[in-house]
Write a protein that binds this ligand. Sequence first.
Ligand code: ATP
Length: 457
Amino acid sequence: MEPAIRHLIYVTRDVNAQLSAQFNARGWDVEVAASARDARRAVRSDAAAGGLLDLSSRFDSHEIVALEPCLTRPNVGWVAATAPGQMQESTLRRLVRDYCYDYITMPYEAPRIVDSVGHAYGMVVLGASDEDETSARSGEGEMVGSCEAMRALFRTIRKVALTDAPVFVSGESGTGKELTAVEIHERSLRRAAPFVAINCGAIPPHLVQSELFGYERGAFTGANQRKIGRIEAAHGGTLFLDEIGDLPLESQASLLRFLQEGRIERLGGHESIDVDVRVISATHIDMHRAMAEGRFRADLYHRLCVLQIEEPPLRARGKDIELLARHMLERFRKDGTRRLRGFSADAIAALHNYAWPGNVRELINRVRRAIVMSEGRQITAHDLELADYVEIAPISLAQAREAAERQAIEVALLHHRGRFGDAAQELGISRVTLYRLLSSHGMRDIHVPPGDPRMLS
Ligand SMILES: Nc1ncnc2c1ncn2[C@@H]1O[C@H](COP(=O)(O)OP(=O)(O)OP(=O)(O)O)[C@@H](O)[C@H]1O
């Protein structure tokens, strides 16, 4: 809500006493800044304020340059007062265009200026309440989200954090699997101990064993000193095994042994060492297929997958796409040089129309690039490189039905973690019909492992 007294930062070399009195009479508390230095001090607070930049009082070019950082503050709504002809100067024109809500040329009427600054202030307050809403609904720890799928995920994280059982996180690349693992660790009794992450897909296969288990001095040529492996380094804490599907078969056997016995042996060592870690693993590949093709041991999978978490893809998160985009704009806005005021309507439309194959990681990258490249006051679809997604091509009723059917199936399967019987029941259809629909929508490969007898029915 708007406070009773509003704060005005009046940047001028030549205070207009009558104008100040008008502001006071309309409930403004006026702070005069006679130099860029005073202005910097005045804008330091994060509270919303109105700003009157009196360019007609002839600041020299040095002062103008020094004023620019004050104008970029998002919590001040600036209005410029200019002398006739001043807008011919390109520097002033740019400052007014980029940072001010309005400008008024002399001779002016005091009430007109007070009204204009009032509107600028109102716009700032409107923006701030958007941000409040964003942070109030921001989710869990570092994780932003408020849609039903994310709320369900946060509930699961809280439950899972209370136990020590292995957790398996599946989901497309960039959906937040590692962030989920961190969140589980942070909410668990292990939070004071290390969280150690290892990307099994990024380590050359012949080095995986030594990375995981460590080695003793002289274990192999080049082993000049003892090295503690990642499992041992996580003692007392949580071990996050990312891209577990890429773990070579040899290491799968060693990892299974460790999970069964709770002990490791460093390479070239004879001592068996007790290690207490909670294992969280993740992958974006289809583990059922990997097992069917003999690339992943089923016994290890079942050990790792005591508790399962499915990370929803960004395209299934509805309004959260916008929430995340705004959150990332706030987080990275200092990378840009302009004072950006959110996203344009075409950007919002594109955010929803685009399918986000790279999920949250891609969204972060697009927003960061747009912050730097944007030339206007708002981030547009073009800045996000999503200009082609502003308008969706008109679709026929049949196509609309098909898209809705597909989305309902995705959501039901996500909701029931891939349990076909439950998903079919929620959708009010038989299992057989669900399998048939999966086939007809080309979703069979994503949701049903090859060779699954269910597909034969
Ligand atoms: N809900 C979220 N809120 C805020 N940031 C998120 C969210 N989900 C993911 N991120 C951010 O998105 C980026 C990708 O997330 P993360 O690395 O956890 O994904 P991943 O699923 O593990 O990816 P990969 O499969 O490629 O390893 C990170 O910068 C992460 O902080």
